[in-house]
Design a protein around this ligand. Structure first.
Ligand SMILES: [Zn+2]
Length: 84
């Protein structure tokens, strides 16, 4: 039987959080990057596609951000100016 994971979006960081199926704590990718277990309750998390996606998501996002910066320098500059 494969585990079904629940995720929620952190509105502050706009990142996905994994809800521990055992204790309900919200975990970030780096919490389970090395040991696939909940750092709060030590529940083993079965590694499946969903979990893989969740763990590599920040890396993918970093790559995309980098790519966009090179590709759309004008847009980035504009949105930065908008923030200041
Ligand atoms: Zn837990």
């Amino acid at each position: 039987m494969s585990m079904k994971y629940q995720f929620k979006n952190n509105e502050d960081t706009n990142k996905r959080l994994l809800i521990c199926p055992e204790c309900g704590e919200q975990l970030v990718g780096t919490d389970i990057e090395i040991f696939q277990a909940c750092p709060y309750c030590d529940q083993k998390l079965e590694r499946n596609c969903e979990l893989e996606d969740f763990i590599i998501e920040p890396l993918v996002q970093r790559w995309i951000n980098k790519h966009i910066m090179f590709d759309k320098e004008d847009n980035v500059t504009q949105s930065r100016a908008g923030l200041l």
